[in-house]
Design a protein around this ligand. Structure first.
Ligand code: PLP
Ligand code: TYF
Length: 400
């Protein structure tokens, strides 16, 4: 037949959710996919998002097409959120920005743009490990993908020396992908001092810094703190690229709201790049969906809703921080002799537990606790009703 050459491929991360759904155990826990859950284990629609939806509906907003680069009131506010209201390149009018199909779409626009226009080495270096989608996404864009060392498995910490060495040894003018905050999957970020060294080295080597910012506000509860590394790079004179997502910090997962932006040297250069971004995007999807962008815009352009939203982001971040402490103290209470300090020192959506694939397999089979094979667990899958159970299960598989 026509498709006889097509063989079935491996399941994506969503396979974990399928296994979870099929499990009849009432105690089952899903810590696979990174989507926030409230303390009763339910998806959470932010009250500020509901309020924004009401306003949009009450206004009788139409369903006309946006332009190729999306809803201007949204992208303007999104840029200010990422770069900060005092950002020099924003004030100078030299930041290109386009709406995107969430963070993934932003990365893909970036990948395609680099593949077409980047004058230097068309190789992008991603951390080892990284969000699994990075490698295939940039490869499909036509970039060569290589890795830099990031995670020190023995110490469960950043391999700072390895990272710097690999960035140093990359050919002059390579593209370096950096997680802006809350590194996925490890939950381990460079310190402010380490970021300063990375920025300096990237400058010296004339590399290009591409920030994947999927968790602004979600890591620390503070949108400025979580953007600090990226803003420092801009202040250091890097013309960065940024992929921004509103999936996590506004809980707009399925609405697919994000942006791709580039800092340029001048408004004239920005104009040229803006035109090429449009030429790139038009044959992909003509223009992006408007609903989520209107919601984000409504929040970011209303001081009251912004204040409310910031409180809600902090609420999500704080619940995750409390769950980290609870998991760790429960493990200690059970008498676990292992060092679990990384559970509370890591930040963001995930804890990289250090469990082996075999232990992860036992968690699923014996306890109906579903995480990814690399030992990553989505902390928001924990709640006051299941954290003790999870701690007991982790203690059992790590002590026998
Ligand atoms: N980048 C990282 C590091 C992520 O963890 C994610 C997923 O949450 C994304 C990008 C893209 O997510 P989305 O396309 O839902 O915005
Ligand atoms: O790593 C995660 O679990 C989140 C959610 O294609 C996610 O980043 C996972 C896979 C995917 C999109 C989002």
């Amino acid at each position: 037949s026509t498709w006889s050459n097509v063989v079935e491929g491996p399941p994506a991360i969503l396979g974990i959710t399928e296994a979870f759904k099929a499990d009849k155990n009432p105690k089952k826990v899903n810590v696979g996919v990174g989507a926030y859950r409230d303390d009763s284990g339910k998806p959470y629609v932010l009250p500020s998002v509901r309020a924004a939806e009401k306003n949009i509906f009450a206004r009788g907003a139409d369903k006309e097409y946006a332009g190729i680069t999306g809803v201007p009131a949204f992208t303007k506010a999104a840029a200010t959120l990422a770069y900060g209201p005092e950002s020099a390149p924003l004030k100078d009018g030299r930041v290109c920005i386009t709406q995107s199909i969430s963070g993934t779409g932003a990365l893909r626009i970036g990948g395609d743009f680099f593949a077409k226009f980047y004058p230097g080495e068309k190789t992008i270096y991603i951390p080892a490990p990284s969000w699994p989608n990075h490698k295939v996404l940039f490869t499909n864009s036509g970039l060569k993908v290589k890795e830099y060392r990031y995670y020190d498995k023995t110490g469960i910490k950043l391999d700072s020396a390895g990272m710097l060495e690999d960035i140093k040894n990359a050919p002059q003018g390579s593209i370096i992908l950096l997680h802006a905050c809350a590194h996925n999957p490890t939950g381990i970020d460079p310190t402010t001092e380490q970021w300063a060294d990375i920025s300096k080295l990237i400058k010296e080597k004339s590399h290009f810094a591409f920030f994947d910012m999927a968790y602004q506000g979600f890591a620390s509860g503070d949108i400025n703190k979580d953007a600090a590394a990226m803003r420092q790079f801009v202040a250091d004179g890097h013309n960065v690229a940024v992929a921004q997502s509103f999936a996590k910090n506004m809980g707009l997962y399925g609405e697919r709201v994000g942006s791709f932006s580039l800092v340029t040297d001048s408004p004239a250069e920005k104009k040229a790049l803006d035109s090429q971004l449009k030429i790139l995007i038009r044959p992909m999807y003509s223009n992006p969906p408007i609903n989520g962008a209107l919601i984000a815009s409504e929040i970011l352009n209303s001081p009251e809703l912004t204040t409310q939203w910031l409180g809600e982001v902090k609420g999500m971040a704080d619940r995750i921080i409390v769950m980290r402490e609870s998991l760790k103290s429960n493990l200690e209470k059970l008498g676990s002799q292992k060092d679990w300090s990384h559970i509370t020192s890591q930040i963001g959506m995930f804890t990289y537990t250090g469990l082996t694939p075999e232990q992860v397999g036992r968690l699923a089979q014996e306890f109906s606790i579903y995480g990814t094979k690399d030992g990553r667990m989505s902390v928001s899958g924990f709640n006051s009703g299941n954290v003790e159970y999870v701690a007991e299960a982790i203690h059992k598989v790590t002590s026998s």
